[in-house]
Design a protein around this ligand. Structure first.
Ligand code: GLV
Length: 345
């Protein structure tokens, strides 16, 4: 019997050994992540290219600049043989799931494995933004300490003790963030999800209505996935409802916050400082945001550790293997879980 064909779109950084093991049971066809969208479509239709008979496709964000979003056009170009797209990442906003749903193609992501690294990054940004480290660091790196004196001109920051943290989006990563923030002695950690969690899943945090979170949190931690319902969830109107001098931290997706409104809120002082790992138009960053000393920024490094990336790559292979061998991925994205065709798999 011939081996199922797995199309790998994108580079392997850490999990080559596991890919090699997978190749004992699957025929892996690699397409370089630099392939253009048109070229990718051509390969999918070319009967001489094994990609045209793929059963499973693995996908990384590295292909995004060239192949672009996985939208209706991509879904429509996939051969009928494809049953699953296995994405490497917890966030899968690059894939418009509804179009794959229509074709009964499963989409999987890599939840949970990113929790620790993302929550560590988040904690760094919360403490750094509270303490105004970005001011001092920028001046320090520019060699201005001698001329600017104490702290190289950085204004005094704030201690976490006694402050309220409000987590927007209390999922896996939100829980990991709460765990890491608790030892820093914030007075209270509150959260907002559309649905309140059962008490035993709240980890000592308290659900509050959205407006109450906005009005009472000293630090707002953004941990919502990006989808049509959460795009610009934080916008000019929500900023108005926040405390004056609030600190905003985002390690989820840039577009959950309206970046233009954030710039205005930082300019007016409504937002005192921000810790940002993600940006609405990344890798482009609004110039004004980049230049503000009250912004502690990172170039989307939330999961940038060897351990996390290795775990994620290996889990993509586990998903692909499960799809190739059993017809069903291990971690189907939540939007598809309750679909009848998925339940029958
Ligand atoms: O941004 C990182 C991820 O989605 O895993």
């Amino acid at each position: 019997m011939s081996k199922p064909i797995v199309l790998r779109l994108g580079d392997v950084l850490f999990a080559q050994k596991v890919w090699d093991q997978f190749e004992e049971v699957a025929e892996v066809v690699t397409i370089d992540e630099t392939v253009s969208r048109e070229e990718f479509f051509k390969l999918l239709k070319d009967p001489k290219c094994k990609a045209s008979q793929a059963k499973v496709i693995t996908h990384t964000v590295q292909s995004l600049p060239n192949v672009g979003k996985w939208d209706k056009e991509v879904a429509d170009h996939l051969p009928d043989s494809v049953i699953a797209v296995c994405h490497n990442g917890a966030g899968y906003d690059q894939i418009e799931v509804e179009h794959f749903n229509k074709r009964h193609i499963q989409v999987s992501n890599t939840p949970k494995l990113v929790n620790h690294a993302t929550a560590d990054t988040h904690t760094f940004l919360v403490l750094g933004a509270l303490r105004n480290y970005s001011y001092g660091y920028r001046n320090f790196m520019a060699g201005k300490w001698p001329e600017l004196g104490e702290d190289a001109g950085g204004p005094f920051g704030h201690d976490p003790e006694g402050k309220v943290v409000g987590i927007l989006g209390f999922g896996n990563i939100g829980h990991s963030i709460a765990k890491r923030l608790r030892p820093h002695l914030f007075s209270k950690i509150i959260y907002y999800n559309r649905k309140r969690l059962p008490a035993e899943e709240e980890d000592g945090c308290e659900w509050v209505p959205l407006d109450e979170l906005l009005a009472t949190a000293d630090v707002i931690s953004v941990s919502l996935p990006l989808n049509p319902a959460t795009r610009h969830f934080v916008n000019a109107e929500t900023f108005k409802k926040m405390k004056d001098g609030v600190v905003i931290v985002n390690t989820a997706r840039g577009a959950v916050i309206d970046e233009r409104a954030l710039v205005d809120a930082l300019k007016s002082g409504k937002v005192r400082s921000a810790g940002l790992d993600v940006f609405e138009y990344e890798p482009q960053v609004t110039k004004e945001l980049m230049e503000m000393p009250q912004v502690l920024g990172l170039p989307h490094m939330g999961t940038h550790t060897i351990e996390s990336r290795q775990n994620m790559e290996e889990f993509v292979i586990a998903n692909a293997r499960s799809a190739a061998e059993k017809g069903k991925v291990l971690s189907i994205v939540p939007e598809l879980k309750d679909e009848d065709w998925v339940k029958k798999l």
